[in-house]
Design a protein around this ligand. Structure first.
Ligand SMILES: Nc1ncnc2c1ncn2[C@@H]1O[C@H](COP(=O)(O)OP(=O)(O)O)[C@@H](O)[C@H]1O
Ligand SMILES: [Mg+2]
Length: 261
């Protein structure tokens, strides 16, 4: 059974067609890298998976269960959306930590709210385990032991992004999504975040990594998708798509990237 299946996803903003029939699937424990030029629809795709946007057409399955079908999208209640969103974790480009809360609180907050809702809101279930203990473990896993009581402004961008990763993991998503997790970072801070992401790949976390770090995608991903103008132009192993692309558009993109323009 596939952990994730995306079928015929379409999304327009006004007259602009941004996703034009996206189909892919992801097996448990696998890392999928999505590459493509700016404006190709990568962020919109992640936002659709995380219920931050509603696709106009198509359906999404998690572990064989249909969690979204555009045909029924008007019937989804807020509670449905909150419950279904929990299948996914999202790490944004620009961290989005809560500035008024400590590292610890940033990691535990969503989980605490979830515990409160469990039993009150239909479909929302408590997660097993001790919130604080697990948060400490995640903070340690991110190399941030000792920073539990720090506030975001006291941390470097790389540290903030690692807190954001711990926060996403605290909700135990089935699929963890990264949207260009290092693009807001100075080059010297990029490595520390990529090391953490690599560690998650090695632990067989099921994930989608939208990235412009092509060498990183080639090293860590099991599967690579190249998107352009809202379609999947080419997909396959990193050896196929990145080292030996077949389509002209993929070749052009990779050439531009390796020239640094
Ligand atoms: N909320 C929005 N309203 C209107 N247009 C949008 C919105 N979000 C994204 N777009 C447009 O959709 C296209 C794809 O954007 P995006 O998904 O952010 O691409 P990428 O992440 O690959 O750079 C762009 O042309 C962008 O301007
Ligand atoms: Mg983007």
């Amino acid at each position: 059974m596939k952990t994730l299946e995306v079928k015929e996803l379409r999304k327009s903003f006004g007259h602009t067609l941004v996703l034009d029939g996206i189909n892919f699937s992801l097996d448990q424990g696998r890392a999928l890298a999505i590459i493509g030029s700016s404006g190709s629809g990568k962020t919109t795709l992640l936002r659709c998976l995380n219920f931050l946007e509603q696709p106009d057409e198509g359906s999404i399955y998690v572990e064989g269960q249909k969690i979204f079908d555009a045909k029924d999208r008007d019937k989804l209640s807020e509670a449905d959306i909150r419950e279904k969103r929990l299948n996914f974790g999202l790490v944004f480009q620009s961290f989005h930590l809560f500035p008024q809360y400590t590292v610890m609180k940033n990691v535990t907050l969503a989980r605490e709210l979830l515990q409160k809702e469990a039993g009150k809101v239909k479909g929302v279930q408590k997660l097993a385990g001790n919130i604080e203990e697990e948060a400490k473990e995640l903070i340690a896993q991110m190399g941030l032991t000792g920073k539990e009581n720090a506030y975001p402004h006291q941390l470097s961008g790389g540290q903030q992004q690692r807190v954001a990763i711990a926060r996403a993991l605290a909700l135990k998503p089935k699929i963890l999504c990264f949207d260009e997790p290092t693009s807001a970072l100075d080059p010297e801070l990029t490595g520390e975040v990529l090391r953490v992401v690599r560690g998650l790949v090695e632990k067989k976390t099921t994930m989608i990594i939208v990235t412009h770090e092509i060498a990183f995608a080639r090293d860590v991903a099991d599967h690579v998708i190249f998107m352009d103008e809202g379609v999947i132009v080419e997909e396959g192993s990193p050896g196929e798509v990145i080292s030996n692309p077949q389509k002209e558009r993929t070749k052009q993109f990779l050439t531009r990237f390796s020239n640094g323009t």
